[in-house]
Ligand binder design. Sequence first.
Ligand code: PMP
Length: 422
Amino acid sequence: LPQDMSEEFSRWEERIRLDQDSLPTHDIFRKIDRQHKYTGLKLGGVYGFYPQFTGPQQSTIHSAELGEIVLMGTNSYLGLATHPKVVAASVAAARRYGTGCSGSPLLNGTLDLHTQLEERLAAFVGKPAAVLCSTGYQTNLAAISALCEAGDLIVMDALNHRSLFDAARLSGADFTVYRHNDMEHLEQVLRRTTGRRRMLVVDSVFSMQGTVAHLAVLSDLADRHGCRVYLDESHALGVLGPEGRGAAAAADVSARMDLVMGTFSKSFASIGGFVAGDQAVIDYIRHNGAGHVFSASLPPAAVAATQAALEVSLCEPDRRARVLAAAQYMSTGLARLGYQAEFHGTPIVPVILGSPALAHAGYLRLMQAGVYVNPVAPPAVPEERSGFRTSYLADHRQADLDRALREFAKLAQDLRPERTST
Ligand code: PMP
């Protein structure tokens, strides 16, 4: 593993710049050559995106080339993607309703399954109503662009998920950010923007950092400054709070959240998203959220899997404790090896290496050794926080975690000490 890959990066970039000159300046595709981050990784032999797997998301995952790999980079936190009850419900729904709905939920695309899941999810997060969209990303776009428009102000944590930023841009509203989890900064922003129609949009668990929003303080500030709150509970539902009802429930502020959204692609082992709130607001999103109206409804198999995963998560509460224990065990083990690893009481444990090239090279090295982690680099995180996003499942086996720690120990020997210590 090269000690410092920045020189190599410059060499790759130089080669790309030369290639780029062969296209006329008015060619819209000229920018494609400038995707130097990816092309550079390829030239340097450390491009690792799109690894191909041949099995489900479990403690280990199968690769045709590398065999069984310890999986430390999945959002299937409760390990329910292969749960017999979840799989059986999904298969039964496909048999009964077919494989797709082929239409907008507003028209021919709504099944009894969709309506039942909406009602179940609304009750789960303690709201009167909910509406489904086909992905979590789309849910944020649909809900926020329906509710906010030019002249409104969206206030966001600087480390919110990309879908929330894209939603804000799509809405046409102004938006402003406060420093990550900095409640004093948020208060300054709210004080400065008094009198505007505002919505505070925030992740409850931050996807790359695993940190948790200070929801009690945030609710007080929103109340005091007359600001609506939209909470993205994607990484919290199923894991945090009583019965996995989320970070707002954990902080006892569910009633103070105007809207709560979640995805099915994480703990609920499926795909899709929902947003819940008061009936009139949800009805408004149903009729004005383009991502809901102009996109086909979720396939029956995905809806049934989500519903079953939710029920299993309630019947098997030890899964929540197990995923958090795995995350804590690994963060302690990684810190002992000298890594800058963080644990914030969530299944996400970031490991900071400080450079995108090291993140990719380290990721490939671990993968070859049979351990999968997610490499993270800009734009997902600022450059200095590049490294690995590790995340855990309830059904991680102890032997797999220990095997991973042994490979992390070997990798640590190749990394400069200052890159791996705090
Ligand atoms: N919100 C957050 C906080 C996320 O992390 C993600 C996905 N990683 C989404 C929304 C989008 O969800 P989906 O992948 O289901 O579209």
